[in-house]
Design a protein around this ligand. Structure first.
Ligand code: SF4
Length: 377
């Protein structure tokens, strides 16, 4: 196995075994971990408190307990998170932060308090009118409240210098990930859909500073290799996330590479950099105001154009919509951007996914048909 493959395998192992990986990171850093539910929880504040922010993005557990609190028409990512919480998988965490964006997350906050009394829960609400001054001020106040609750968990006050240092680490992470996803386009065979996803996902279970350094190492090693010729198809993938692995395997088998993504679990996390603000919390609030995501109110409905731009910039052949079953915010966006993509003549493949799927055969057939349709054009 060459150096690049070794590094990729290490990231894949970390992403495939979140609990083990978090324990290892806790041991290596001496930090206690705080679970961050999707989406855009202020990891910078957690990190500044000397704690380790880790992502809670569901799993592939068999659902046995969560149905007591969440109906079967809730998205699988939240049902999986609740199942893991009720099973005690999150007992190793010092606290959990749950933001409330969609109806499911709002219910989750209340249900969680009863279903999973430990570790302590920190709830957060993001303003829908996030671009106006009142929205910015509200969000800063919300960040301050969360900071206060984290200080109790950490048993210390968080200083402005610690916040500034943490923000710098996260900005470095975001810039590095933007470079990584740009570089990944040149290596569509080595960084195929599955590896690309697992490498990005590993960042949720590592200390961000160490993770960024390791991604930089991987990029340096990749740059020593020749760019890869690719006979297959390139797509832009959009949605909350693109899992399980069987789904990604189907893309690899059909020679479909991800030229770019608009996934909440991937590029949406790092594509918006800090642009303005005086204090660290104000900078974080402005970042949310400039972020584009189905979870965040967007009066101008810019997602269609964003996808068209991504297709053009990455020279992609089409768009894959990875639709999380029962996800209202994503489903509301879909008819609008579908029309715009159709008008632009961009082929689309709509896949309805759940984190744990009993069979992925139907999806595999649809991916294969899409590949044949595009390559026959
Ligand atoms: S945004 Fe969608 S996938 Fe995420 S918690 Fe809400 S309903 Fe579930």
């Amino acid at each position: 196995m060459n150096r690049v493959q070794e590094m990729i395998s290490a990231f894949e192992e970390i992403a495939r075994h979140p609990q083990h990986s978090v324990k290892e990171t806790m041991k290596a850093t001496g930090k206690r971990a705080v679970g961050c539910f999707p989406y855009y929880t202020p990891e910078e504040i957690v990190y500044a408190a000397g704690l380790l922010p880790v992502g809670l993005w569901g799993g592939q557990e068999e659902l046995k307990h969560s149905d007591r609190y969440l109906q079967s028409f809730c998205c699988s990512i939240m049902r999986e998170n609740l199942e893991l919480g009720m099973k005690g998988t999150y007992d190793l965490l010092a606290a959990i932060i749950i933001p409330a964006y969609c109806d499911t997350l709002k219910c989750m906050n209340e249900n969680w308090k009863v279903a999973v009394p430990n570790p302590p829960l920190i709830s957060m609400v993001y303003p829908q009118n996030r671009k106006i001054r009142a929205g910015i001020e509200y969000l800063i106040a919300e960040f301050k409240r969360v900071q206060g609750e984290l200080e109790v968990i950490a048993g210390k006050k968080i200083t402005e210098d610690e916040l500034a240092e943490s923000l710098e680490i996260y900005e470095e992470y975001r810039k590095t990930m933007l470079q990584f996803t740009a570089l990944a386009k040149q290596y569509p065979k080595t960084l195929h859909a599955r590896s690309r996803h697992l490498i990005i996902k590993a960042g949720y279970f590592m200390d961000k500073k160490d993770y960024t350094a390791k991604i930089r190492e991987l990029m340096e090693a990749l740059k020593l290799l020749a760019e890869e010729d690719f006979e297959g198809i390139k797509v832009v993938v959009t949605g909350i996330l693109a899992e399980p692995e069987a789904l990604l395997d189907a893309f690899v088998e059909n020679h479909i590479a991800f030229a770019a993504d608009d996934l909440a679990q991937e590029s949406r996390q790092f594509r918006t950099l800090i642009s303005k603000g005086d204090t660290v919390l104000e900078k974080l609030a402005y970042r949310i105001s400039e972020q584009s995501c189905s979870l965040l109110y967007d009066e101008a409905k810019t997602r269609g154009q964003l996808l068209i731009d991504l297709v053009r910039e990455s020279n992609a052949d089409g768009v894959v919509i990875s639709m999380m079953k029962f996800c209202d915010p994503e489903e509301f966006d879909y008819p609008i951007f579908k029309k715009e993509l159709e008008a632009a003549g961009i082929p689309m493949l709509y896949l309805e996914i759940e984190q744990k799927m009993d069979s992925s055969e139907q999806i595999r057939t649809r991916i294969q048909s899409f590949a044949e349709m595009i390559s026959g054009r």
